[in-house]
Design a protein around this ligand. Structure first.
Ligand code: C2E
Ligand code: MG
Ligand code: MG
Length: 723
């Protein structure tokens, strides 16, 4: 059946042998011929294939494009069955569709099917199938248009795949992706976006973007979207605070782009963002760590420097003064070495708490590292105000504390530098406060010192001490002075302490607090200490030989000597060579030295004791030992540190400590000696609280041997009377 038959069918059987009719028919046939020509032309010129098949699927009519589509020649295609150019599966599909069209009479459209061309290549085709009926309405076959859909299908597949890929990426990616319309309502969100905000996709879509940011950010975000709308350009790295479904907030960073329709009109915004809460927390922490001390949480040196500079600027502007206090704990290293770092850390923490409690909220405190703290006190009226603060700090540090179940006590030394009098810039302010602190240490610790020009020059001298000290012994620059100890009950001189003196031609008189630490550092203390021991013993024997009453002579030992293997030999030799009775020798060791290595110390001290020599604990109260520990050292004497006596009777705290030390010493049957007694008030206080002996300027300063001989000779003890 040809296409023309479609049109001629209507006329079939209706021809009349009638000239008029014949004319009409002839006319019509001509027209139809022209029409057929026209349709054939159209059919041959279209790219789509046109086909007609009979009810068995054999081609009855087709155009050239159909031949091109299947790759067969016109001759080969005539009568060819659809099974020849479809595989089994497709043939079945096709058969079913033909059947359906036959049954219903309804055309099937866009039927996708695969054909195998003559050259065996496969193509996807799109076809329409409609039922072809003859003039009596009887189905005689099918016809339709076919089109090669391979390219379109491929393109579609590519798009599908890329869409799938893009969706997988969107859903798998850590970053949140969202699209909002111009009103800010979510139109699309990926999984990550839902996860970050804690909402499901359904909950988010259609709701406003505002629901997922904190109120304070509304304006900022609207400005961002507004800018994008105006410029059409993306806005990058927008940092904002997000609000999650559970009400928690976090930090996010996003880059937002305009969302355009095909015409290029902005119909919304899309953004890629990430939850940076953790990063922000880490950044904050790093920033905090950079300016704070990890252990105490106090500000660090860097932060202090910034605050100090700020204080300088404002003090300059308003012509005000302020103070910088440099605080160093006394003998902190010993605690660290003996009780361990954990104990040291605990102690530092406790001290930092106390400092904070002691100071006003406006005062600024920082830890410089180790046991060094620094304080800035602004708006000070005069030095006495600062002195009061320093005093308060010393008192708060001194209070006993329990560290690793041990009661201990620590003291501090404070150096004070005033702006603008002592220094005007950050570095000098800190350096001078530091120098003043060293001065406080030299003054016997547990006190504060203001910076002065004098301190500056003293610190320079410190440098040359070491070089000169090396020759001090051989050049006979060392000597001993003797300070009496008096018994409170009998008022008699019962003992004497030998104290080292150094007179150097370049440096002049150098105090023991200046050169002994240097001697200890360099190890020179061992030969020097041995010289002291021998000289003191010889001197004591010499006094006796002059007919003076025998006194017990105390010699200070340094920690370096205690770890020296020759110590016991040296002591016994000094006793032997001088001929002094061992019980007339008392060796003083500081409390902190004993605690450095208690087990070893107990052994050394036991050996010393076996020589018949007495033992004293010097500077007691500033370390951290308890009397319970002291018991193990078999000492005979306890010397209360000068820093407690100094502020008696005005300081209630010092009085309480001194009282406690005396009574505890008594419980252990030790002789308690108060050091640094300078006033009658102090003397009376100590006497009233049953202190055994005293030593101090009130009775006698350390003096040369001849002077001491005179003192010993001339002093007439009057029992019960104040020295
Ligand atoms: P220390 O053993 O505690 O000696 C007491 C210190 O206090 C002495 O200082 C003494 O002059 C001073 N002093 C005594 N009474 C008073 C007073 O009423 N007021 C004041 N302000 N001070 C008083 P010095 O002689 O300067 O000795 C300081 C420290 O140097 C000694 O303290 C001792 O630890 C050490 N030292 C002195 N000589 C020797 C020595 O031969 N060997 C060793 N290893 N250390 C020594
Ligand atoms: Mg001493
Ligand atoms: Mg002392």
């Amino acid at each position: 059946m040809r296409i023309i038959d479609l049109f001629t069918d209507a006329f079939a059987g209706k021809k009349r042998i009638n000239t008029n009719l014949e004319r009409i028919v002839a006319e019509r046939t001509k027209q139809l011929g022209q029409s057929e020509e026209k349709y054939r032309n159209i059919l041959e010129n279209i790219n789509d294939g046109y086909y007609e098949v009979d009810l068995s699927g054999n081609f009855t009519f087709f155009n050239d494009s159909m031949c091109v589509l299947l790759g067969y020649s016109r001759e080969e295609m005539i009568g060819m069955n659809n099974r020849q150019y479809t595989d089994k599966e497709n043939a079945k599909k096709l058969f079913q569709t033909f059947n359906e069209v036959y049954r219903t009479g309804e055309a099937a459209k866009a039927f996708d099917w695969q054909i195998t061309r003559k050259d065996n290549t496969k193509r996807s085709i799109e076809a329409s199938i409609s039922l072809q009926k003859n003039s009596t309405g009887k189905p005689i076959g099918f016809r339709g248009i076919t089109r090669d859909a391979t390219e379109r299908k491929l393109a579609e597949e590519t798009i599908r795949r890329s869409e799938e890929r893009y969706r997988t990426i969107l859903d798998e990616m850590e970053d949140a992706y969202f699209e909002v319309d111009v009103a800010g309502n979510y139109t699309f969100v990926n999984d990550s976006c839902c996860r970050h905000l804690g909402y499901s996709r359904d909950e988010l879509i259609g709701t406003t973007f505002r629901g997922s940011i904190v109120k304070e950010e509304f304006e900022k975000i609207y400005k961002v979207f507004g800018n994008i709308y105006i410029t059409g350009k993306p806005e990058r790295n927008i940092f904002y605070q997000l609000l999650r479904k559970d009400g928690t907030t976090g930090f996010a960073e996003m880059t937002a782009f305009p969302l355009q329709n095909q015409k290029g009109e902005i119909i919304g915004f899309r953004g890629v963002g990430r939850d940076v809460t953790e990063r922000k927390r880490m950044e904050d922490e790093i920033k905090y760590q950079g300016t704070h001390d990890a252990l105490t949480g106090l500000s660090n040196r860097l932060m202090f420097g910034q605050i100090l500079n700020h204080a300088i600027q404002s003090a300059k502007r308003f012509t005000r003064q302020f103070a910088v206090l440099f605080i160093d704990l006394d003998r902190f290293k010993t605690i660290n070495d003996t009780l361990g770092h954990e104990a040291g850390d605990q102690l530092l923490l406790e001290i930092s708490v106390r400092l904070k409690q002691t100071l006003r909220a406006t005062d600024f405190i920082a830890r410089l590292g180790g046991d060094e703290f620094i304080i800035l006190i602004e708006e000070v009226d005069d030095a006495s105000h600062v002195a009061t603060v320093a005093h308060k700090i010393l008192n708060s540090v001194l209070k006993p504390m329990t560290i690793i179940e041990q009661e201990c006590r620590i003291t501090a030394s404070i150096g004070i530098c005033m702006y603008p009098n002592d220094a005007q810039d950050e570095q000098s302010l800190m350096k001078n406060a530091d120098l003043a602190m060293y001065m406080a240490k030299e003054e016997g610790k547990n006190n504060f010192q203001f910076y002065s020009e004098d301190i500056q020059s003293k610190s320079l001298e410190h440098l040359s001490i070491e070089t000169n000290l090396r020759f001090a012994l051989e050049r006979n620059e060392l000597s001993l002075h003797y300070q009496a100890k008096v018994d409170f009950r009998t008022n008699a001189i019962t003992g004497v302490e030998a104290l080292l003196r150094w007179q150097n031609p370049h440096l002049g008189f150098v105090t023991p607090t200046q050169f002994i630490p240097v001697a200890e550092e360099t190890g020179l203390i061992v030969p020097i200490g041995n010289w002291v021991l021998r000289t003191a013993c010889n001197q004591n024997v010499a006094w006796q030989q002059q007919g003076l009453p025998p006194v017990c002579i105390a010699v200070n030992l340094s920690v370096r000597q205690l770890t020296d293997d020759n110590l016991i030999d040296d002591i016994s030799k000094a006793l032997q060579d001088s001929g002094m009775e061992p019980h007339l020798l008392e060796l003083e060791i500081t409390e902190s030295m004993m605690m450095r290595n208690p087990d070893r110390m107990i052994a050394v001290l036991a050996k010393i004791k076996s020589l018949g020599v007495r033992l004293a604990i010097d500077d007691f109260g500033t370390g951290y030992s308890s009397l319970a520990q002291i018991k193990h050292f078999h000492v005979d004497t306890l010397k209360v540190d000068r820093s407690f006596i100094r502020n008696i009777p005005q300081d209630a705290e010092d009085k309480a400590i001194t009282k406690a030390i005396i009574s505890m010493g008594k419980t252990l049957s030790l002789t308690v000696v108060a050091e640094g007694v300078e006033t009658l008030d102090q003397l009376n206080f100590l006497k009233n609280h049953s202190c055994d002996e005293m030593q101090g300027y009130y009775f006698s300063k350390p003096i040369a041997p001849e002077q001491f001989a005179d003192l010993l000779r001339e002093h007439v003890p009057v029992p019960g009377k104040a020295a």
